[in-house]
Design a protein around this ligand. Structure first.
Ligand SMILES: C[S@@+](CC[C@H](N)C(=O)[O-])C[C@H]1O[C@@H](n2cnc3c(N)ncnc32)[C@H](O)[C@@H]1O
Length: 277
């Protein structure tokens, strides 16, 4: 466990984010509306302003259930297999091919700091290991099952597990989390990470079924209307009830702003099956 308090670590490692441009290991990520527009002048301007930048990428967000980046390389060396360092974890990422959100860095650390070394964790939407790898590095739990459906993201997940030397803790699993859980991860977890957007609730039955008979914690992520966190909490408690689980919100927070009217929220839910199966 890091010796510094979380707030101090957060300030020390926070990423640079200026004027709509984020810097990721020498690559400037430039937020635009249309990545296909002629952006060469704007890109040269960004490169002139940020001297250490080796390449500039334009991006307009992520698309579809695999959350693939809508992005294009517009200036400098083509960026490949960048190493992004965050709170003592190294992530190999390619911003042209896989989703990696810099704005979630504190949430990644927070989740890792909550995990205990005796726990088994299931990460239903593992991506490139955004949650699984920091949990393994900082908390060294008994096991982390990291499930990812997209082969490209899965290949980065495997690499990130290896470069952070946590292959004894993290088991990457390729496939749809619902099928993977059904085939062998029922009633194994003390903690379940549900880091997904736009329909996370559809996966709640799978998330709950991972929890041990004694119950456990679910970190439920969703994009919500600004100011509607209470509604999400109530919806989750209701839904858990209808699925046969008693539940209680132990924490909730806004992770980041998502757009002018929406925000990324996380609810930490303690859930317990009413009738152990
Ligand atoms: C928004 S990314 C988030 C990654 C990480 N959990 C985070 O919060 O930073 C969601 C990931 O879930 C994966 N995914 C989507 N549907 C899935 C499913 N049914 N089973 C497993 N993974 C899935 C996508 O391919 C993508 O990599």
């Amino acid at each position: 466990m890091p010796a510094l308090p979380i707030s101090r670590l957060h300030r020390l490692y926070n990423v640079v984010s200026l004027l709509g441009v984020k810097l990721l290991s020498g690559v400037a990520l430039m937020r635009v509306d249309d990545v296909e527009a002629d952006l060469s002048k704007l890109a040269s301007e960004v490169a002139r302003k940020y001297r250490r930048v080796r390449s500039v990428i334009a991006y307009s967000g992520v698309k579809g259930p695999y959350r693939l980046p809508a992005s294009r390389h517009v200036w400098g060396e083509p960026p490949q297999d960048l190493i992004h360092r965050e709170y003592g974890v190294e992530f190999m990422v390619d911003p042209l091919r896989v989703m990696f959100c810099l704005g979630n860095s504190f949430e990644r650390l927070r989740t890792a700091m909550l995990t205990r070394d005796w726990e088994t964790v299931v990460d239903l939407f593992a991506g490139v290991g955004q949650f699984s790898v920091p949990i393994a590095v900082h908390a060294r739990p008994k096991k982390v099952y990291a499930i990812e459906i997209n082969e490209e993201a899965y290949s980065y997940l495997v690499r990130n597990v290896n470069i952070n030397r946590v292959s004894d803790v993290v088991q990457p699993l390729l496939g749809d989390c619902r099928g993977v859980v059904e085939r062998g991860l029922r009633r194994v977890a003390d903690r379940v990470i549900m880091g997904y957007f736009f329909g996370t609730i559809d996966y709640l039955p799978a998330g709950l079924s991972c929890l041990r008979r004694e119950g456990g914690v679910i970190h439920f992520h969703e994009v919500i209307r600004k100011g509607s966190l209470n509604e999400l909490e109530s919806e989750l408690i209701r839904e858990c009830g209808s699925l046969g689980y008693r539940s209680e919100v132990i924490n909730s927070r806004i992770v980041k702003s998502y757009s002018s009217s929406r925000e990324h929220a996380v609810v930490d839910l303690l859930a317990l099956p009413e009738v152990p199966d």
